[in-house]
Design a protein around this ligand. Sequence first.
Ligand code: ZN
Length: 158
Amino acid sequence: MSAQRVVTFHYTLTDSTGEILDSTKGEAPFGFLEGAGQIIPGLESQILNLEKGTKKKITVTSDNAYGPRDENLVKPVPREQFEQKEIKVGDQFQVGDEHGGGMPLIVVDVSATHVTLDANHPLAGVDLTFDVEIIDSRPATKEELSHGHAHGGDGHHH
Ligand code: ZN
């Protein structure tokens, strides 16, 4: 196995209808350390060996991105379990640990008695297209390897 790399890139992410979901345009490019799980594997495998300066359109099917939608993750919850008076479709609730992590639950239906929450990742079942431009591609430093993430003006800051 060759040395782990750090790749820094700009991207614009669109879904299959061409709607822009995310972009680094106007921001710092995104940097990641190879094999550290910083980006989805389906993108990492296609981006890793691109030369600095390369521009490429990369499509990652949902199976290789956030997986298929699971309708079992759509659940009605009794209205009285919510403290909020006003709840409407599209609202998000953050559940999970004390770090504030965890998947947002999205309200998909509201009735007099129940609120229906969808715990699927917003990008589950979505085929993703990344327009990427490789800004830099270099071997990782010892420090980056020990921290498990990319450093530098482009990526992670301490
Ligand atoms: Zn670090």
